[in-house]
Ligand binder design. Structure first.
Ligand SMILES: *Cc1c(COP(=O)(O)O)cnc(C)c1O
Length: 339
């Protein structure tokens, strides 16, 4: 039995999802003639109470499109030092949009409104890059699936309004945060100019992300997606998987969170584990102590067909998801306790 905790992107479509895909009505989406893609976009926009939405092949492309649509080359964006948009998108902000990144030294991938206010300064000074965009991530990936406090986000939004900054949410795992915090999509729809969401992570679709925003922003995004090579034709087969995911796989994220917490408790009781970071959603980040090298631990567990990754700096990561079952959890616990 392979136990794959490398990421929540490893899930494969269930039979029911595959059936929904096979039965999708499709058309050429570049001509806006794919009814299933259109249905997904309308559905997602409605859920978040925003004007429009656009389907993307990846979360990276959705984020990069958002960065590009809010900025001009030479502008500056603000994000946490651990942000995916800065660390894990191939330098795309600089390459695609020509923007520099002002990194804020947050906690678990989250900074405060006060830190942002301090960072945003001197826009009138012609020497400094023009401050244009703030990107936050919820849940935070490198920050261990941490969820933002919505009141802090409201304060940050106010700074964005006062300083004429665009506000983008990298919501690759936003639904994990909504489930964990019992918050609604609309609370987020009204806070941000644009939101990207991955359908291919905890939600279990094989491919796809969605970008949400105003009609004006999504019209710009449509041009940029074309420019980036992301305009797809009969994408309805993929959109059908996304619709299935939104209809069936949201509430069950709570199970992933419970299993992650259980793993955390067991890890804490293992003599060779130094610390486990607080677990709020489906990401477990932990460190081994001096008795075992972290890479050795990864290799030895892989020999037992249990897979997870090292994120550098001694950080190890396990991510739970809908293909990680109760039976697999029991086996993992057994292997950890007898390691
Ligand atoms: C996975 C992820 C993305 C997008 O990744 P893709 O693999 O391009 O879909 C963006 N932001 C965060 C925080 C992520 O975890």
């Amino acid at each position: 039995m392979r136990i794959d905790l490398i990421s929540d992107t490893v899930t494969k479509p269930s039979k029911a999802m595959l059936t929904a895909m096979m039965n999708a009505e499709v058309g050429d989406d570049v001509f806006k003639a794919d009814p299933t893609v259109n249905e997904l976009q309308v559905k997602a926009a409605k859920m978040f109470g925003v004007e429009d939405a656009l389907f993307f092949p990846s979360g990276t492309m959705a984020n990069q499109t958002a960065i590009k649509l809010h900025t001009q080359p030479g502008d500056k964006m603000f994000c946490d030092k651990w942000a995916h948009v800065f660390n894990y998108e191939g330098g795309g902000a600089a390459f695609n949009a020509g923007v520099s990144s002002h990194l804020i030294d947050g906690e678990r991938g989250m900074f405060t409104a006060e830190q942002l206010a301090y960072a945003v300064s001197g826009r009138a000074d012609i020497h400094v890059p023009y401050s244009r965009l703030v990107c936050i991530e919820n849940t935070t990936n490198k920050g261990g699936g941490a969820c933002w406090n919505i009141n802090e986000l409201k304060k940050i939004k106010q700074i964005c309004v006062d300083r004429d900054l665009a506000f983008h949410l990298d919501g690759a795992r936003l639904f994990n945060a909504l489930v964990a915090k019992n918050e609604s999509p609309k609370q987020y729809g009204e806070l941000f100019d644009t939101i990207s969401i991955c359908l291919s992570k905890g939600l279990g679709a094989p491919v796809g992300s969605i970008l949400l925003g105003s009609k004006e922003h999504i019209a710009k995004a449509l041009r940029i997606r074309k420019l980036f090579g992301g305009a797809m034709r009969q994408a309805g087969f993929l959109a059908a998987a996304a619709i299935y995911a939104l209809d069936n796989n949201l509430e069950r994220l709570a199970e992933d969170h419970q299993r992650a917490k259980k793993i955390g408790t067991v890890l804490e009781s293992c003599s060779f584990i130094k610390t486990v970071e607080p677990i709020e959603t489906n990401i477990v980040i932990f460190y081994t102590n001096d008795t075992i090298d972290e890479n050795d631990f990864v290799t030895k567990m892989a020999q037992k067909d249990i897979h997870f990754i090292s994120m550098g700096d001694g950080k190890l990561r396990m991510v739970t998801h809908l293909d990680f079952t109760e039976e697999m959890l029991d086996r993992l616990i057994f292997e950890l306790q007898s390691f």
